[in-house]
Design a protein around this ligand. Structure first.
Ligand code: SF4
Length: 181
């Protein structure tokens, strides 16, 4: 690598944040990572807009609503390499469990069906982003360059993936790690 730091991003779509917690469990390896990469966007950094000219973006979570869809498309336009980070991004996983339920029924059950019912949102003034008819894994929405499965991927697997993406190192033998063409 040249002396310039690589621009790294992590994004959080429809997931539980467990993949990001596992990323933080890299522990002292985060210091090593910080020597070669600058974190330019992440839920653990207070950056509102996805930046331009990102080298590598790890995306946690599936695409579940219109905001996720817009962010996924921005990520693809602005990132050289996009990796699906964790099973929700790779397959839909837990986030896609609602796919057999029509969205109106789902919203009715969750927000109007119980004792904590909230007012129906107005289409003109929505209080949350509209759900997509079904939850989609990331590669069904944008082109994805690498897949890092696991729920969550354990820190050793994340580290192997990050090193391979940054340094082009061969990933160690791991039958579950599908990455790095
Ligand atoms: Fe959470 Fe597992 Fe989905 Fe990661 S893959 S966001 S840990 S449910």
């Amino acid at each position: 690598m040249s002396g310039q730091k690589l621009r790294l991003a992590t994004a959080w779509l429809g997931g539980c944040s467990g993949c990001h917690m596992s990323f933080l469990d890299l522990d002292e390896r985060l210091v090593e990572l910080a020597e070669v990469a600058e974190l330019v966007y992440s839920p653990i950094a207070d950056v509102k807009e996805f930046p331009e000219a990102v080298d590598i973006t790890l995306v946690e979570g599936a695409v579940a609503n219109v905001d996720h869809l817009e962010l996924a498309q921005q990520i693809r336009e602005r990132s050289r390499i996009v990796a699906s980070f964790g099973d929700c991004a790779v397959t839909g996983n837990v986030t896609s469990l609602r796919n057999r339920i029509p969205v109106p029924d789902l919203l009715n059950q969750v927000y109007q069906g119980g004792p904590g019912a909230i007012p129906r949102q107005s289409p003109d003034d929505p209080i949350m982003p509209a759900l997509l008819p079904t939850v989609l894994p990331l590669h069904q929405v944008i082109e994805v360059d690498a897949f890092v499965p696991g729920c969550p991927p354990d820190p050793d697997r994340i580290w192997a993936a990050v090193r391979a993406l940054i340094f082009g190192e061969a990933a160690p033998h791991d039958p579950h790690l599908r990455t790095f063409g």
